[in-house]
Design a protein. Structure first.
Ligand code: GRF
Length: 189
């Protein structure tokens, strides 16, 4: 069974969707660790409710990114993690983790990459009046949302939706597409 660590910084609705897919047998994997860079993030309680171990750290408590990534790497090793799954982790992955896991780090991004890389992608696409938005799942490299795209799903908009409605549409697709894509990827790995 493939062991995954989920990295998240906030709400954790994708974390929840992945864990539900695992519980329902739609994703053959075991989540052995949550990595979170924000004390008090709601995702931490979600992990605790499911008895999933957590590694919660404060980046500023370390001298450098390399140092906190070494600490993460030790936790990944302790929990025998095979793949790293980013789900709303708001930091770039640095050389330490890339060297150990490149090709086995996946991210989900709420845009049709290469459009709207980086933060506030949904807000920016909405403000631009896009008639088609979407979700991308991609391999992680050193850049921000620049790694090779594995799959994308487009969502048509009428132009009459509110921003909360657009966000809800994106999340609905994310919660279905992420487990399904990981299941395919793990089966073929
Ligand atoms: C998602 O929209 C994901 O695409 C992006 O960050 C958001 C995380 O949401 N990378 P949640 O914490 O999973 O609810």
């Amino acid at each position: 069974m493939i062991k995954i660590a989920i990295f998240a910084s906030g709400t954790g609705s994708n974390f929840e969707a992945l864990l539900t897919a695992i519980d329902e047998g739609r994703l053959q994997a075991k989540a052995t660790l949550l990595v979170c860079d924000k004390t008090g993030a709601p995702v931490i309680e979600k992990a605790k409710a499911r008895a999933i171990p957590t590694f919660v750290f404060t980046p500023k408590a370390y001298g450098s990114k390399a140092q906190y990534e070494e600490a993460i790497l030790n936790a990944l090793k302790d929990h025998h993690v095979d793949w790293v799954i980013l789900a709303g982790y708001m930091r770039l992955i640095g050389p330490v983790l890339l060297a150990a896991y490149e090709g086995r780090i996946i991210n989900i991004h709420p845009s049709l990459l290469p459009k709207y890389k980086g933060k506030d992608a949904i807000e920016r696409a909405f403000s631009a009046g896009e008639k088609e938005i979407g979700v991308s799942i991609h391999y992680v490299d050193a850049g921000m949302d620049t790694g090779e795209v594995i799959t994308q799903e487009a969502i048509p908009l009428t132009g009459k939706e509110t921003l909360p409605e657009v966000k809800a549409k994106i999340h609905q697709v994310e919660h279905r597409l992420y487990p399904k894509t990981l299941e395919c990827l793990f089966k073929n790995s």
